[in-house]
Design a binder for this molecule. Sequence first.
Ligand code: HDD
Length: 712
Amino acid sequence: MPTRKTPVDAKSAELQPDRESPADQFMTTNQGVKVNDDNNSLKAGERGSTLLEDFILREKITHFDHERIPERIVHARGSAAHGFFELYEPMGKFTKAGFLNNTNIKTPVFVRFSTVAGSRGSTDLARDVRGFAVKFYTEEGNFDLVGNNMPVFFIQDAMKFPDLVHAVKPEPHNEMPQAASAHDTFWDFISLMPESAHMIMWLMSDRAIPRSYRMMEGFGVHTFRFINEKNEASFVKFHWKPLLGVHSVAWDEAQNISGKDPDYHRRDLWEAIESGNFPQWELGVQIVAEKDEHSFEFDLLDPTKIIPEEIVPVQRIGKLTLNRNPDNFFAETEQVAFHVGHIVPGIDFTNDPLLQGRLFSYTDTQLIRLGGPNFHEIPINRPVVPVHNNQRDGAMRQQINTGRTSYHPNTLGGGCPFQAKMKEGGFTSYAERIDSKKIRERSESFLDHFSQATLFFNSQSDEEKEHIVKAFTFELSKVETLAVRERMLGIIAKVDKGLAAAVAYGIGVSVPKKVAQYNFSVPADASPKSYEPVMKKSSLDRSEALSMANTRKDSIATRKIAFLVADGVNAASVAAMKKALEAAGAVVEIVAPRLGPVVAEDGTEINPIKTFTNSSSVFYDALYVPGGTNSVATLADDADAVHFLNEAFKHCKAIAADADADQVLESTYFINKIEGDDGVIVGEPKKIAKDFIGAIAQHRFWERERPRKVPA
Ligand code: HDD
């Protein structure tokens, strides 16, 4: 077990020699020659042709021509941050991993969040799975937990991964649509893959449109193994639980944000960290004794299944804090190379066939993406512990290996580097007993595709269910091939007949009575001959943890509130509400018809940082309209200001108005619909602040959608 305490900034310190700063420095070429003129190429005379001899021009252009590397085939669009992980209590009973045993260690981490389908420049708010990849720089080497914000996956075997990705990416003939699953090839594939039913329910839920990276859960998805000092194994599933709760935006809002600020999640993460609002998650584990492997109604090795928290509770064992933005996007966020195979002693794999395939894919992809076998030497990928082995050479080698020997065993190098015994920290794979035939098959224990999809649906609130109906309806209405829409309804009907009927109505197709062959076809001599799904019922009717409606709703920390103001605003009304909201941890932004100081009723000036046209209600969690006769009259007459309010109401957000600002509300379409709506609060700011804070903490008043009080 490690004894040295890693300082929390160990990785940052390790990166220091690689940091460059141009402050007070001369400009040079890459060879260190000082540059005298960076504006003009070398020419044959004042108006003459450019000379090939101009090594400064050639070097600059050549480097520029090679600036891009291939984007990730999946998870191309992402944002990352540095931070650290602290352990609550030693986990020695289950794992010998040093960073999970020493509560004095703060393990440095680098975390990259991403969407899956879109290109590097695509929108953050696409309906999609989010990647949640964590690199722990531990004292025993790097451990990467390469997970998602959903606990299951589309497919059970890595063999199908290229097909899944080809199906969801823009269609190959016309490269459309970007960052969207709402097209024929995706649903064609999914309708033939009933094993994706559970994941599709998550993807059609609001989990696929998070409010913020800071408000998503994370999951390791696969069942992994913990190994303790006695070499005893247990199964483990990893969870990340955000301290801000799990929240989403409305689908209409997501589409709106995609146009107005495609960097919305990236900006949110960056700004939160810059302003000291460090995002935090607790690391949770579900541990299953090895002897209990077969005691579940699903297979622990099947990545389309969760272990419901009611069956195995999630034990929170530590906390992750992100506290530093990268210095350079390309050098760090783009070049970071995660690998599900980067594990440390105390953690091991299982035979989940999706995990097994991933173990190959991640190194392979870095070879093409980062250009060779030395990507581990890129500063962001280096462990904080020294690396010694006999691997040599290759493109862009950084390390200067000294000595004559690059082989083992050797005597000329004194036998170095030595192999480490297990008790010296040497990694040894768990000696799982295996005695079986070599076969290309799917286990029958993997054929129940619907019971947990139904469990997920049944666990949702009424509003969440409604959103799932709408999401399916939206996606399938974009599918042009009737047969694909029908086949998909057949799958949905296996999850929930009511859901299928509602979607069928929306897309003008009827649910097929029988859908013959769902699955990928199997040649007659393949064994087993059929992979027809097995219909099972989950022994649980509901699982509370699956619904975002049950997330924590006790804080408005870091929530963004817009104050709509114009000249003549009541400065005291602004100040009183601002003080109350900021005391509760919220971020207030003043939005006005134009930039430049707003002159308040009492002659003081307030500086707006946004306007009704350069901003939008979709960027805020709630709105407040302060009093002040002239301000109120201006806003009531300003179509953009009124639109701000109407749209916030439509997206079910909390809205508060000073008692004197009634006139502004009178101009909205919703003034006659707010009776009994706890999310619209009018009164003296000091009196209503507490209720307003309570309403913002509720996140959304989804029930507004039900009577369709909301125009498009
Ligand atoms: Fe993967 C990237 C997560 C299945 C092959 N994957 C990638 C990233 C995340 C995941 C978060 C982005 C890492 C980063 O930020 O750089 N992948 C998952 C999860 C999966 C999963 C949770 C299922 C449980 N992936 C999966 C399979 C394969 C891959 C089955 C291939 C057999 N994934 C890749 C990849 C990527 C990748 C092609 C693209 C870029 C990269 O690796 O570095 O190798």
